[in-house]
Design a protein around this ligand. Structure first.
Ligand SMILES: Cc1ncc(COP(=O)(O)O)c(C=O)c1O
Length: 247
């Protein structure tokens, strides 16, 4: 029995307007709308088509079932996994779901390299650097490992990224430190990365509070739904809670 019957009405127009506002702010960078966890509980099936229509370049998911929903909808959109996948997930996703995977360890890089080589089709991957989030990723001191990863066969490196631990906190000093560590490493890898590699660090709070222009892609969840994870969001007009129809 479902003891938690909760219904939320989402205003599609507000959600679309939020995405357009973010699009304008970050242009010419690409926009990834983070829709993991059933679009933060707002309903992936209903909102994914609106995100695409409003100009998202990417949808960020975590699980294969989430990716399968987007694929069933037949949307022409690139999918990015926002955490490192597991081998059994890769086996399902590589052939059927066409997800750009995240790699943050030698083991994952080797696994996908072997899978891409075996299929004769490189696997698109984003290299995740742990600059302080402490969740997963290569550490900035692993420069030599990363140079080897960049040269692995069977992989196509499409992005290099990090995730902020506290960009919604009052003090941005730690976020700035993360950003500097990331860009130092990214520069050290310059000759090893493809020219068109996507550089992405910013979540909602960073996109609203810092200049997004050091990124060629931003990954925004909360702000797209109008969830103000930081008081500073007040500074960005055009973002409204997506359960409110203001227009
Ligand atoms: C890797 C990654 N990037 C971006 C985001 C989006 O964060 P926010 O909802 O604060 O925009 C998330 C969400 O947790 C994430 O895991």
């Amino acid at each position: 029995m479902n003891q938690h019957h909760i219904e939320v009405a989402i205003c599609r127009k507000t959600f679309a307007n939020n995405i357009r506002t973010l699009r304008d702010r970050i242009a010419p960078a690409k926009l990834c709308i983070v829709m993991k966890a059933n679009a933060y509980g707002h309903g992936l099936r209903g909102l994914a088509p609106i995100a695409v229509e409003a100009g998202a370049d990417y949808i960020g998911i975590c699980t294969n079932p989430e990716a399968a929903i987007v694929r069933e909808l037949g949307l022409d959109i690139t999918l990015m996994r926002l955490r490192m996948g597991f081998p059994d997930e890769f086996e399902e996703s590589i052939d059927d779901l066409n997800i750009e995977e995240q790699i943050g360890s030698i083991a994952a890089a080797d696994y996908l390299s072997a899978a891409g080589t075996k299929r004769g089709q490189p696997i698109p991957v984003h290299v995740n650097i742990d600059t302080g989030m402490g969740r997963s990723g290569f550490f900035p001191f692993q420069v030599e490992d990363l140079k080897k990863v960049c040269r692995l066969p069977g992989l196509r490196i499409v992005g290099i990224m990090t995730h902020f631990a506290s960009a919604d906190g009052q003090d941005l000093a730690f976020t700035q430190q993360q950003l500097e560590a990331f860009h130092r490493l990214r520069n050290a890898l310059n000759n090893y990365l493809p020219d068109d590699v996507l550089t992405h660090t910013h979540n909602s709070a960073a996109t609203v509070r810092l200049t997004p222009h050091c990124n060629s892609l931003v990954r925004v969840g909360a702000a797209a739904y109008g969830v103000r994870t930081s008081q500073e969001f007040k500074k960005l007009s055009g973002i409204a809670a997506s359960h409110v129809c203001e227009n």
